[in-house]
Design a protein around this ligand. Structure first.
Ligand code: MLC
Ligand code: AMP
Length: 511
């Protein structure tokens, strides 16, 4: 077989050809097979071209072996991989396809019907996964490490998601840093049940496993019962999830019989490391998880634009409520409102990040790219404080960013959709603290005169317009929204009102 590959993570696999790289519901696949299949994908994508020259290749594929071979195939052909999210409604998929300027679309057969409308409307090349089966391998281009390799869409303080462009160097540095710091080995085995259009699943789980020659078992979706079953029976050594995954695993354990609970807890002993991130892991959940699993969950902090930046240590103190220290090769500073670096401990400031892990640009948005850097440091918009040498995340600079189930969600994006609802006159979307979801997407609305709207009706209507995790799961009808003297809706006031109302309802505070 040909061994000419120039993408570091793929080149790395040549050292583990006989190891099992991927397990999915259809079987097990070695690195050797993955490499050959990825080359076939690359060859088919190239057709008569020498190099895709950073053409954007969007792909909508179930989370299985095909996803991986297509990701690698795009990289080997010199394209930029743009993964699409299976649960997104058509409008969101079309936005990503259009905005990225993708001119090749790869579709798994399960999604052919869903994408039919888009495919008929556009005039670009559409490839079905079936089409790769019979392609023959041809010479592949040399891809320089500084070239663009991946674009992930992230919500932020604007209503439209931005395309975060990472180079192969970014992907390599982000991956290798975690492999080293968390001690990945070729003997490791990890269950992958995170979405594969975000950095957590892609870099921390999939790329880290494949860099190490380890095995990644790809599950169709996150189901706590399946995870417990797999831990009991399978060879897992590592697990990575968002706090909501752990909350759901705890619920599942709580619902089991006491004998079953013992077996479940015993199964956790086989794992060497459990990691949480993408949102704050509440101290109470850290403690509950420790009592169930025996694991002091390792909490780390990251972002699509930077990969991972801060982490509790593999060996040493994993402090609950803290995200630890800067990862090797990642520089961190805290900056105050006057844009000055904070040197002292116990003084909160914005986290800024520098290093080869930091992304290249927001796609076709030079203005947003420029505004997100200060003197070469990437401004995360997250506020932290340093206490006894460990960082603790305090919150965000923007009230318009919600973290629910580990997903970053733009309140403005949801508001712009809700305002198209015929019964809604005004609305403000906020994140209200929630023990299971971190924050709950909450819509506060003023209705058109003499109208009524239930949460169920709103959720039903939203299905065609918003991804499931963006759909409000709480609705509050207001006579008018609180505004400041400038007429701007005061979201902190809404949050305070609703948080107090929730606490009253749940009996946390006396009336
Ligand atoms: C889904 N539901 C929600 C919801 N999401 N309800 C409230 N709040 C939410 N956020 C509802 C659905 O509408 C549905 O309702 C029901 O819950 C089941 O939906 P589901 O999609 O099957 O949910 P589930 O699989 O249980 O989702 C939970 C989850 C998922 C934790 C598996 O949210 C998830 O995979 N999160 C990970 C996100 C992630 O990878 N983030 C990383 C970004 S990168 P109904 O009524 O229809 O039954 C990043 C950088 C870093 O942050 O540091 O890592
Ligand atoms: P995303 O833009 O989806 O990559 O999400 C990145 C954001 O997730 C960060 O900017 C933080 O707000 C949040 N985040 C990630 N890890 C943690 C953590 N351990 N604690 C608190 N917030 C986190």
């Amino acid at each position: 077989m040909t061994k000419n590959v120039s993408i570091p993570i793929i080149e790395q696999s040549i050292g583990f050809l006989k190891n099992i790289a991927i397990v999915d519901s259809n079987g097990s696949y070695t690195y050797e097979f993955l490499l050959e299949e990825a080359k076939k994908v690359a060859s088919a994508l190239l057709a008569e071209q020498q190099d895709l020259d950073e053409a954007r290749v969007a792909f909508l594929i179930l989370p299985n072996f095909d996803y991986v071979k297509i990701q690698w195939g795009i990289w080997l052909s010199g394209g930029i991989a743009v993964p699409l999210c299976p649960s997104h409604p058509l409008g969101e998929l079309e936005y990503v396809i259009d905005h990225s300027g993708a001119n090749i679309l790869i579709i798994g057969e399960e999604f052919e019907e869903k994408l039919k409308g888009i495919v008929e409307k556009k005039h670009f090349k559409t490839i079905r996964t079936e089409d790769f089966k019979y392609s023959s391998i041809r010479p592949l281009p040399d891809i320089a490490i500084h070239r663009r390799g991946m674009m992930l869409y992230t919500s932020g303080t604007t209503s439209a998601p931005k395309g975060v462009v990472s180079t192969h160097e970014n992907i390599t540095v982000q991956t290798k840093c975690l492999v080293d710091f968390w001690g990945w080995q070729s003997t490791d085995y990890i269950l992958q049940a995170l979405p594969l259009h975000h950095t957590h699943g892609i870099i921390n789980v999939l790329c880290s496993a494949l860099w190490s020659g380890a095995t990644c078992e790809m599950l169709p979706r996150f189901d706590p019962k399946v995870i417990w079953e797999k831990w009991k029976q399978g060879p897992s050594t590592l697990y990575m999830g968002v706090p909501t995954n752990y909350a759901k695993l705890v619920n599942s354990w709580n619902n089991a019989s006491s004998d079953e609970q013992k077996t479940m807890s015993n199964a956790c002993k086989k794992l060497r490391l459990m990691v949480s991130g993408s949102a704050a892991l509440p101290v109470s959940l850290f403690e509950t998880w420790k009592s169930i699993s025996g694991h002091a969950c390792l909490e780390r902090y990251g972002m699509t634009e930077i990969g991972m930046a801060l982490s509790n240590p593999l060996y040493g103190e994993r402090r609950p409520g803290f995200v630890g220290l800067p990862l090797p090769e990642v520089s961190i500073r805290l900056v105050n409102d006057q844009k000055e670096e904070i040197k002292a401990e116990k003084t909160p400031g914005e986290i800024q990040v520098k290093g080869k892990n930091v992304f290249l640009e927001y796609w076709k948005n030079a203005d947003a790219t420029e505004k997100s850097f200060q003197d070469g440091w990437f401004c995360t918009g997250d506020i932290a404080v340093l206490e006894d040498s460990y960082y603790r995340i305090l919150g965000r600079t923007s009230v318009d960013i919600i973290k629910s189930g580990g997903y970053k969600i733009s309140a403005l994006e949801i508001e712009s959709v809700l305002l198209t609802h015929p019964l809604i006159a005004e609305c403000a979307v906020v994140g209200i603290e929630d023990s299971e979801w971190g924050e709950r997407v909450t819509a506060t609305v003023v209705l058109q005169p003499n109208q009524s709207l239930s949460l169920q009706e709103l959720r039903h209507w939203s299905r065609d317009h918003l991804a499931p995790y963006k759909i409000p799961s709480r609705l509050e009808i207001f006579g008018e929204l609180p505004r400041n003297v400038m007429g701007k809706v005061t979201k902190p006031k809404i949050k305070a009102l609703l948080t107090t109302a929730t606490a009253l309802k749940e009996g946390f505070i006396p009336e």
